[in-house]
Ligand binder design. Structure first.
Ligand code: SF4
Ligand code: F3S
Ligand code: ZN
Length: 133
């Protein structure tokens, strides 16, 4: 799941880049998971008003189905793009491979959010945190 406080936690989630008009936080940075174990974040969290944790997104797509203003778009299989912070993943590490090889939903028009919160509650991995202004 996404860290509910990511937007206020500049230490663990510094802004590391921009992507399609929104900020990306903690891309390529190692942080701790809920059990205190190191958790390498390859993709980070996309968006400030509507944040999607690309580590948690498994391409379920329910968020896109429920969003009344259709602000999400697919980013196709970023784990395979071979760009930026991307490092090759060995298929031998099946757990990591399964986690990273999916498409990710991207909040490309986050400024159009009307804060209905439907996406947050429908995502099976709780990958989304909406931050009303
Ligand atoms: Fe779309 Fe509602 Fe989620 Fe905003 S809170 S991204 S309007 S589903
Ligand atoms: Fe991903 Fe959850 Fe949407 S898994 S595609 S953020 S419903
Ligand atoms: Zn993005």
């Amino acid at each position: 799941p996404i860290d509910q406080n990511y937007i206020n936690d500049e230490q663990n989630y510094p802004v590391t880049g921009e992507h399609k008009g929104h900020k990306v936080r903690a891309e390529g940075i190692q942080r701790m998971d809920a059990d205190g174990k190191p958790y390498p974040t390859k993709f980070g969290i996309h968006g400030s008003i509507v944040g999607v944790d690309w580590e948690a997104c498994i391409a379920d797509g329910a968020c896109m189905d429920v969003c009344p203003v259709s602000l999400f778009e697919w980013e196709l299989n970023p784990g395979q793009s071979g760009t930026g912070n991307d490092k090759p993943i060995s298929k031998d590490d099946k757990e990591l491979w399964d986690k990273y090889r999916t498409d990710k939903c991207d909040p490309v028009r986050e400024s159009e959010c009307i804060f209905c919160m439907a996406c947050e509650s429908v995502c099976p991995t709780l990958a989304i945190k909406v931050n009303p202004e």
